[in-house]
Design a binder for this molecule. Sequence first.
Ligand code: ATP
Length: 238
Amino acid sequence: MQSLLEARGLTATYGATQVLHGIDFTVEQGRITALLGANGAGKTTTLRAICQMMVRTGGTLSFEGRSLAGLGTEDVVRLGVAHVPDGRGTFTALTVEENLRLGAYLRRDKAGVAQDMDRIYARFPRLRERRMQQAGTLSGGEQQMLAISRALMLRPKLLLLDEPSFGLAPLIVREIFSIMRRINAEDGVSILLVEQNATQALELADAVVLLETGRVAIAGRADDIRRDEALRRAYLGY
Ligand code: ATP
């Protein structure tokens, strides 16, 4: 398998507080990688470090073999990395359609953008029905669908998702997980998924990186971790 994103000795610091203490992990091309860990382990910070957002980083990060050192957030987006932050980050005062258009802000291929918009509406009929509605009036699940769709409008190679299931009812969580599976299988988008819900993430993911207070406690194939009861009990609590 080809690696898409590689972190080696990655550190991250907010002011004087070091949160990541030199972590190594690889996101493979075409795969879903789950980034797990307790509250405060550094999962969100890892996504921010990849996007060169709000945090000072050290060590090396490379995407398709190219170093991300010295790049800004927009440069990383241009390379094909789309980030759906926690709290979703949709523009609540704008309509569904305006949010989707904004997602394509870096693209100049108008025909391709229109085509992608149609594809998104075909995949998410609820967004089509609500295209003129303000994003802030959507349900939590619909807002998450919109946030993911907006990121897809960039035609990313890698999608970074920060707790897309947070605060959603179980039925909706299942729907969001099935959306992630389809995006990966049908569109070939690689995914790095931050999740609190370890059980469901392990079912979806091909690979797992588990953080404990800013260090990698386990990294491996999701299958192996699912089968290893002692490991599951020790680190995932079930
Ligand atoms: P959670 O699931 O609770 O979001 P997490 O694993 O995503 O946890 P992070 O959000 O990465 O963890 O936070 C890791 C540590 O960094 C925490 O101790 C947090 O308080 C600290 N931290 C996060 N953002 C900042 C910031 N902007 N300034 C200072 N410290 C921060």
